[in-house]
Design a protein around this ligand. Structure first.
Ligand code: FDA
Length: 406
């Protein structure tokens, strides 16, 4: 029987960071993961450069960049370990980085820099690291006053008074995602908000999509929101047409808010006074409407768009004002109902997860299950695209590590 102060299951972003911080505070930590490779998601993140945090994150207003049944839950951890704190660590390790867009910070070289940094932090904390090492079961061996967990692993049974679940969500199963965290929650009677794919491309029924499938590969800046006109949420980002539907940052962002069966709303020419501009062009131009439209949206899109109505397939001077207004309206308020998403295979994250009502926002410990902590993506905290999810992994891991060391 092996004995530790704390066992962390899952050597991804949250687990590695938590283990290293706790180890350096004197906690005897075992970190284990069923995968052969450490931190696969960090490796593939940010196109291989890891968008490791976001300077725009405001810990006082987490609901601006995080979703979940209680978006305020993450405030405590995010304000105690901030993007600035993680940036300071990255700088101590001499990792060069740059800001790309809207506060997003990326490594200059490769995600491997960040993995090496986290492993070095674990080593500095004397963390024992078993990998690959599967876990077949967890038992409670103590009592509420003196919690103790027995973890059955491929390398034998391990005992510890503190167990940290950092096994992430369900996205990208081929690199090791499992429902382990939700099963452990279920075993101990903790509620789970049903997980669903988020930051994921949206798909459309083949027939409905046929007119747009020819646009696959086309990217353009748009303003995209949910169909609910009263909802404040909308993103000014790029949209990408694919063979099966829509992708790109605008779509990934809105997918986290999208409810099945409801429409999404897209302004394909944001910032343009399209109706007025087309009326003006009508007075002066001999070109076809599609050619005039190409001044506002990419020509491929303009071509495909005018195919939707015979009235639009003429020289602009011959198009009735009403038809011009209808075109402007349709293009700036394109409403369409996705049939689904590309699912777990393509989702960058999992929305839903361990119900935050079960956890202390200070320590990430389950209120009804002393000694059991959940950190990172397995918790019902989901960040926007742009480094927010890693920051949640660092902040929740740090908060938990303080509790392990207390
Ligand atoms: P994470 O998934 O990192 O780690 C979980 C670990 O648990 C894995 O190592 C897994 O093998 C292990 N595990 C699972 N089940 C187990 C079991 N039964 N037994 C033992 N071990 C088990 N975010 C961001 O902020 N910036 C970015 O640039 C990106 N880019 C990005 C790209 C792509 C393609 C994806 C899929 C995701 C991103 N993300 C991102 C999201 C980000 O990767 C994610 O939110 C964090 O990795 C979550 O960290 P966790 O430690 O919670 O889980």
């Amino acid at each position: 029987m092996h004995a530790f102060d704390a066992v962390v299951i899952g050597a991804g972003a949250a687990g590695l960071f938590c283990a290293g911080v706790a180890g350096q505070r004197g906690v005897k930590v075992l970190l284990l993961d069923h995968g052969a490779k450490v931190a696969e998601k960090i490796r593939i993140s940010g196109g291989g450069r890891c968008n490791f945090t976001n300077r725009d994150l405001d810990p006082r207003a987490p609901q601006r960049h995080f979703l979940g049944a209680n978006p305020h839950f993450c405030r405590s951890a995010l304000s105690r370990f901030t993007p600035a704190d993680f940036i300071a660590l990255v700088q101590r390790h001499g990792i060069p980085f740059h800001e790309k867009h809207k506060g997003q910070l990326f490594g200059d070289r490769s995600s491997e820099d960040f993995i090496r940094m986290l492993l070095a932090e674990c080593e500095a904390g004397g963390v024992q690291h078993w990998q690959p090492c599967g876990v077949s079961g967890v038992r409670q061996a103590g009592h509420p006053g003196a919690p103790l967990y027995e973890i059955e692993t491929e390398r034998g049974v391990v005992r510890a008074p503190r167990l940290v679940i950092a096994t992430g969500g369900l996205s990208v199963p081929k690199i090791g995602a499992t429902d382990f965290g939700y099963r452990i929650a279920g075993q101990f009677g903790l509620r789970v908000v049903p997980p669903r794919p988020a930051l994921v491309p949206l798909t459309f029924d083949g027939g409905d999509w046929a007119p747009y499938a020819q646009l696959a590969g086309l990217s353009l800046p748009v303003r995209m929101g949910t169909g609910d006109r009263k909802a404040a949420i909308a993103f000014d980002e790029d949209l990408l047409f694919t063979h099966r539907g829509l992708s790109g940052p605008a779509v990934l962002q809105i997918s986290s808010y999208w409810q099945p069966g409801s429409p999404v709303r897209i302004d394909l020419a944001p910032g343009a006074e399209l109706a007025a501009a087309l009326r003006q062009a009508k007075a002066l131009s001999r070109k076809r409407l599609g050619n005039e439209l190409a001044a506002f949206v990419p020509a491929r899109l303009a071509d495909a768009w005018v195919q939707r109505d015979a009235a639009w397939q003429r020289p602009i001077a011959e198009v009735p004002d009403k038809a011009l207004a209808a075109l402007a309206h349709a293009l700036s308020g394109w409403e369409l109902v996705p049939s689904g998403t590309e699912g777990w295979r393509k989702a960058e994250v999992t929305a839903g997860g361990i119900d935050t009502r079960e956890l202390s926002s200070q320590t990430m410990e389950a209120a009804r299950q002393p000694g059991l902590h959940f950190i990172g993506e397995v918790v019902d905290v989901t960040g926007w695209l742009g480094g927010y999810n890693f920051q949640w992994a660092w902040s929740s891991g740090w908060a938990c590590a303080q509790a392990l060391a207390a």
